[in-house]
Design a protein around this ligand. Structure first.
Ligand code: HEM
Length: 378
């Protein structure tokens, strides 16, 4: 499959129609040398432009260099097409001030007010080892080997400057970000991504997705904030729940994806529609009602998550779930109120557990080869 343009006003991998596969990585910066960090970001940008075009990470390539030197590409994507690869970078709060409060790179004054840690939510069971990070790169592609190759080569280029803090593979998209896409399903078997912000909703994207001039420091204008939540799903318990109860918890029909009491998947939610017993067809505690913008001060998200199964848990269960990703103009005004509402009232909580969390500021796109990821910061 084809190449997604790397250069542009916004980073690719946000409104790009969600690809099938994910490899997401969070890095810790392990040097205090600002120049080395900047050089790495320049090298990363050049490699990202090449790899998203289906080329080797380095200009010489996997097999054309001198035999005495390690190749500047690891080789496992030779012969593979670009596969719709996108690479999206984000900067975490700890890049600006680390855990000790130190401003390692002289950029603390440029930290946006919106880039402060998410609050603790009720029932959070977050593991620090799979949360946070100074930098992140989201690699999405329609071939898992292409996504993994890209992350691996960025980690290789960053050796001595960054180390991998955590990473996550996603094997299937759980979202549509374009009206041309069929809605996929999550591991609870429900269509996921129906009522999502989509690439075609340009006015809504300006309102809810892209950071606008005046929101904060200008280096983020045209960027977006990225939230990840690794959500473990106890699918064994869910699988013993009746179909009717599953549909009531979500608020949509499992087969068609239509809101309960409605006809079609894309019908607008109408919470006044009554069910057969005279009660509202969509319960007050249904996930789609709790998460709806009318219940959250108008807040909307662009969801772009992936299903994962990380083997089994040693207790006879699959270690499965949803690697939730959302992009928004300000996570504290959008993700936070929605997640607070869900954490307090969602019946889905009996079947899920949030185990990882991170927030990153994704700068605007790189306009051309003369520019690099994060230039506005340094
Ligand atoms: C909608 C599943 C976690 C926010 C939906 C839908 C499903 C679903 C099946 C209906 C289809 C759709 O409109 O996309 C899940 C599952 C979760 C999860 C299984 C956890 C494992 C979250 C979280 C958030 C969230 C953590 C944000 C804090 C939303 C929003 C909608 C939605 C905003 C659209 C509501 C509307 O306007 O109709 N989710 N979700 N979800 N979800 Fe989730």
């Amino acid at each position: 499959s084809g190449a997604v343009p790397f250069y542009g006003a916004h980073q690719a991998g946000i409104v790009t129609p969600a690809q099938d596969r994910l490899h997401f990585v969070a890095f810790d910066v392990i040097t205090k040398d600002r120049d080395r960090l900047v050089t790495m970001l320049q090298d990363w940008t050049a490699a990202a432009a090449r790899m998203t075009a289906g080329q080797d990470a380095g200009a010489i390539g996997a097999v054309n260099g001198i035999p005495e030197a390690p190749p500047d590409d690891t080789g496992e994507a030779l012969d593979l097409p670009p596969a719709g690869l996108t690479l999206t970078i984000g900067f975490g709060p700890t890049l600006f001030r680390d855990a000790t409060g130190a401003d390692r790179f002289g950029i603390a004054a440029k930290r946006p007010a919106a880039l402060v840690d998410l609050p603790k939510f009720p029932a959070d069971a977050l593991q620090p080892a799979i949360s946070g990070g100074d930098l992140c790169v989201q690699a999405c592609a329609n071939d898992p080997q292409v996504a993994v190759h890209a992350i691996r080569n960025l980690a290789r280029i960053g050796m001595g400057v960054v180390s991998v803090r955590w990473s996550q593979l996603g094997f299937g998209r759980t979202s549509s970000t374009s009206r041309d896409q069929v809605t996929p399903r999550n591991l609870f078997g429900f269509k996921d991504g129906t009522a999502n912000l989509k690439a075609e909703d340009t006015a809504l994207l300006d309102e809810h997705l892209w950071v606008a001039k005046g929101d904060g420091p200008s280096w983020m204008d045209g960027g977006s904030y990225l939230v990840t939540r690794k959500i473990r799903m106890t699918i064994e318990t869910w699988d013993r729940t009746s179909l009717a109860e599953q549909e009531e918890i979500v608020g949509r029909a499992k087969g068609s994806g239509a809101p309960l009491g409605h006809q079609n998947e894309f019908d607008e939610l109408d919470f006044t529609v009554k069910g057969p017993t005279g009660e509202p067809a969509i319960a007050d505690v249904a996930h789609v009602k709790l998460a709806h913008h009318s219940r959250n001060g108008g807040a909307r998200l662009l969801r772009r998550g992936y299903n994962f199964v990380d083997g089994s848990d040693g207790l006879g269960r699959l270690n499965a779930g949803l690697f939730f990703i959302s992009f928004q103009r300000d996570a504290h005004k959008q993700f936070v109120p929605i997640q607070l509402q869900l954490a307090r009232h969602d019946v889905l909580n009996e079947y899920i557990r949030h185990v990882g969390s991170a927030l990153f500021a994704c700068p605007p796109g790189v306009p051309d080869a003369g520019d690099y990821w994060g230039r506005g910061l340094f």
